[in-house]
Design a protein. Structure first.
Lengths: 222, 697
């Protein structure tokens, strides 16, 4: 297999043909913020948190979907890229009813980017009781940032296709089946969605008590 | 990722099926709070299933055994006892029985759920401390035919490749397995492969979920797998797909097979199996035309009267086409329990020491005598079914059953219970009371996979580390400690401080394991055989087979009818198996939230059969075989073929195995769980209008 010579922040790395700028950055030991990316899934390129500078490109590019070329020079701390990433994360946080729990990927990315209290006033998702109709898997819909990772985990890792994206704009969210909850959907309870969720919008029922002040009742109000 | 919700996180290997998922067990307040998949697990690559991820609460269930229990007399009440008292009782009884009746009046069972080190310790205890080869393990009742056949055909008792071969295969034939329920992570892998274009042929009397993702589904009559494989071989030969170069250079016995094949033209096979001749031809072409193709099978192949022969016939098809020993062309048996591979590798078998070396082999026996410092028996011991027969006959007086619920899971339950009642003395070592412990004189409280250290060997021959996440509850101990204590009390010291020390002894005495040590296994394990320098074998037989002359063997075995058949009295065929939510006897999964997802065994029956018998979905029905009768609810579904019914044995109240008879594999005595002729009928809500028996109630 042919390899490509790439530099990341001045560090030379060799990556296999087909590798992305994100693969190269990780091979070089450099951190790039990501939200919609999971190495178990095909790159999605939706969140725009992984914007990096590429020499010769007129604007920052999403690292997860940018294929490496031989001789490519990548700047993971490109100021324009970081500005976009920071704004993306701040906007995501601005819709949440509470700051993300410290163990979540979203909280850790926000922390690493230095995003604190969002400066954007406006609508936030209303807290609602966790949907605990399933013995193991719980929805906390107000924490969903529509990254699509759970839907793709169900499709690409498990192959059950039980989850689906619902709603538009501010109301975009996820649902099991036709929103009948995990238990009555095609779900096989593999938990891949909870494992990949960067915000605990899908989590384990037994971890709810550890994850925050959520109260639980049966079902999501329609 | 830092996560301060948990006090500690331990990477270990799943204790459910034989896939061997690597797990991260997160601990808080001395219990497992959550389990997530290890991203670098070779078999699971960051995925797990319902069982591995969520079904861990059993480990702190209040019904866990936390102290030794004794019965002062057979059939008396159990009472708590100290470890000293329990050990004294075991030594007194076993010593008395051995003096009066000889060491072969005692038998032990190791567990395919326990670690390699536990199983190795158990077989050493039976061989060295007791002096008998009466040691077996539960692979007897699932994949012993696979082990036997792979050794006959190729040489080594294990998969020829890895699950990753599915990712590189252009086609796969899956026979008698339902991986999306029984081995869910491999099921997901196969499903993803089909979505990328791998052509899948499924062969099963049930229309399993993966059938919907394949190019072809064959539903042979239960017990006719041999004819299907011979039919495929016939078409492969007839249509010129034989790889003559491979056959000539690397195999023997092909001509004998050629003489057999003319009798298995697709039309003839259709008459035997019910599979349309065109489908036999299509299946053979899908496999033979692929550049690389896998063959994978489960208990639907092995748990038959001629299961071990069918596995050899599967091997034939791979040999004819040269599809073995390279990436993407592998034979991958789906092993039932987490350590079915390892418990047998470890010599917990009545006829072999570690790595399947015969107890009758003088050099091998000497090497163990030298290491253990005691004389060892050269006489083969009893298999599990033979043990029960011997107990009923009065020749076997005592059993030490470790981690196995024979009264629920073995066939012909009435016979098993008769055997257990006939014993003078029964020791059970388990984590819960089971159907079997009802007959125990001493019950030793043991540990689950979350509480022990050691190794499991997966269906890929991969030896992987198991690490304790939590402590055993109460006075329960690890199985390794218990077996050491019993052996010491019997006068034979097992000289290991830790399971890692036991593995060093295994490596020293077993050439195929020479390079294995706990330190070397690391996060990803090693696939045996492992050379002394630590290099392992993801693919077997790349250049030669592990048989005399380096040649694989074609088995020329004709189709023979199964041990049971329908007649007017028993017109339906019962097949038994496993469901996604539960695991075998259900000892673990019934004590988790999984019961909320499935809380009873049900009998699957085809809508046409149900209509004919006036059975509606959910009705309670009676199922009667030549051996016994049970009652359970019906589930009307066209997943099952007409003429067949399907159920599980996850719930002890169902007692499914009362129905299963003594028919077993001719070479390995693996029971024929998959072909039982039954009569199914509804149980009316009104009492049946039958004449009262004379003087009856």
């Amino acid at each position: 297999m042919s390899t490509l010579a790439v530099t990341v922040d001045g560090v030379a790395v060799s990556v296999p043909a087909g590798a992305t700028a994100l693969d190269a950055a990780r091979a070089a030991g450099r951190w790039v913020p990501t939200l919609c990316f999971d190495e178990r899934q095909a790159a999605f390129g939706a969140c725009r948190a992984c914007m990096v500078g590429v020499e010769g490109a007129p604007a920052p590019l999403p690292a997860c979907t940018t294929p490496c070329r031989d001789g490519m020079a990548i700047d993971t701390e490109d100021p324009a890229g970081r500005r976009v990433a920071t704004a993306v994360v701040e906007l995501v946080l601005s819709e949440l009813p509470e700051p993300p729990a410290p163990h979540t990927e979203l909280a850790q990315v926000a922390d690493a980017l230095g995003v604190g209290e969002p400066r954007w006033p406006g609508a936030t998702h209303a807290p609602e009781p966790a949907d605990t109709r399933h013995p193991y898997l719980a929805f906390r819909h107000e924490l969903c940032i529509s990254c699509g990772r759970c839907v793709r985990a169900c499709d690409e890792l498990q192959g059950t296709f039980a989850l689906t994206a619902t709603g538009r704009g501010f109301h975009a969210n996820v649902a099991a089946g036709l929103d009948e909850g995990f238990r009555d959907s095609a779900c096989v309870a593999c938990g891949a969605c909870a494992d990949t969720c960067p915000t605990d919008a899908i989590t384990e029922v037994s971890l709810l008590a550890l994850a925050g002040p959520a109260t639980t009742t049966a079902g999501r109000s329609a | 990722m830092s996560d301060d919700r948990f006090a500690s996180t331990v990477t270990t290997t799943c204790g459910y099926c034989g896939v061997g998922c690597r797990l991260e067990a997160h601990v808080r307040d001395e219990r497992v709070a959550s389990i997530s998949p290890a991203l670098d697990g070779p078999a699971n690559e960051g995925h797990t299933c319902l069982k591995g991820r969520f079904a861990h609460q059993f480990s702190r269930n209040r019904e866990r055994l936390t102290t030794p229990l004794l019965r002062d007399e057979r059939g008396g009440e159990l009472r708590p006892a100290s470890w000293d008292e329990a050990l004294e009782r075991i030594v007194a009884e076993l010593t008395r029985i051995r003096s009066a009746h000889g060491p072969d009046a005692i038998a032990g069972l190791a567990s395919s759920r326990a670690t390699n080190e536990d199983c190795y310790a158990m077989q050493r205890l039976m061989r060295a401390a007791i002096g008998t080869n009466n040691i077996d393990n539960c692979s007897r009742v699932c994949h012993s035919p696979t082990s036997y056949a792979l050794r006959k055909s190729f040489g080594l008792s294990g998969a020829t490749g890895s699950f990753a071969d599915f990712d590189h295969a252009d086609a796969t034939i899956l026979i008698g397995a339902n991986p999306t329920e029984g081995h869910p992570v491999v099921g997901a892998r196969i499903k993803q492969a089909t979505l990328r274009g791998m052509k899948l042929v499924t062969i099963d009397p049930r229309r399993i979920e993966l059938a919907d993702y394949g190019v072809l589904h064959l539903s042979p009559r239960p017990g006719t797998n041999a004819a299907v494989m011979l039919g495929i071989a016939h078409v492969v030969e007839r249509d010129g797909f034989v790889d003559r170069g491979f056959v000539d250079a690397r195999t023997e016995g092909f001509n004998a097979l050629l003489e057999l094949l003319p009798a298995y033209a697709p039309d003839a096979v259709e008459a035997i199996t019910g599979v349309p001749a065109a489908d036999i031809e299509a299946a053979a072409h899908v496999y033979a035309e692929a550049q690389n193709a896998c063959l994978s099978w489960g208990l639907g192949v092995t748990e038959h009267k001629y299961g071990s022969e069918v596995v050899q016939l599967i091997c034939n098809v791979a040999l004819m086409t040269g599809k073995v020993g390279r990436p993407g062309s592998a034979l991958l048996p789906l092993r039932g329990q987490n350590n079915v591979q390892g418990s047998s590798d470890m010599g917990a078998l009545p006829d072999t020491y570690t790595a399947y070396r015969s107890v009758e082999d003088e050099d091998v026996a000497r090497s163990f005598e030298d290491a253990w410092g005691v004389p060892l028996s050269r006489r083969k011991g009893c298999t599990i079914p033979q043990m029960f027969d011997a107990a009923v006959a009065g020749d076997l007086k005592a059993m030490y059953i470790f981690g196995e619920d024979v009264a629920q899971t073995d066939p012909n339950t009435a016979h098993v219970e008769h055997a257990l009642e006939s014993l003078d003395f029964l020791v059970c070592q388990d984590i819960f009371e089971t159907e079997t412990t009802r007959y125990a004189d001493v019950i030793l409280p043991a540990s689950s996979f979350l509480e022990k250290s050691g190794t499991f060997t997966t269906a890929e021959r991969r030896v992987q580390l198991v690490a304790a996440a939590i402590e055993p509850p109460g006075e329960a101990r690890t199985d390794f400690e218990i077996i050491k204590a019993v052996s010491r009390a019997l006068g034979h010291e097992l000289p290991w401080a830790t399971p890692a020390d036991a593995m060093d002894e295994i490596a020293a005495l077993t050439p195929d394991w020479a390079g294995i040590s706990h330190e070397r296994l690391g996060r990803h394990g090693l696939q045996w055989p492992v050379a002394p320098d630590g290099s392992d074998a993801p693919i077997l037989y790349e250049r030669s087979f592990t048989r005399p002359g380096g040649r694989a063997h074609f088995a020329a075995l004709p189709y023979k009818a199964p041990g049971d058949a329908v007649d007017d009295e028993f017109p339906l065929i019962l097949v038994t198996g496993r469901r996604l939510q539960h695991y075998n006897a259900g000892t673990m999964t019934r004590r988790t939230g999984n019961v909320e997802l499935m809380d009873a065994d049900v009998l699957e029956i085809h809508p046409d059969d149900a209509a004919r018998l006036w059975i509606s979905d959910g009705d309670r029905i009676s199922v009667r075989s030549r051996m016994g009768r049970i009652e359970l609810p019906a589930q009307v579904t066209d997943r099952i073929e007409r003429g067949h019914v399907f159920t599980t044995f996850h719930f002890p109240e169902t007692r499914t195995n009362l129905l299963v008879g003594a028919s077993a594999d001719v070479n390995t005595s693996c029971p024929e769980y998959k072909v039982v002729a039954v009569d199914v009928r509804p149980i009316g809500e009104q009492p049946a209008k039958v004449p009262a028996l004379a003087g009856g109630a």
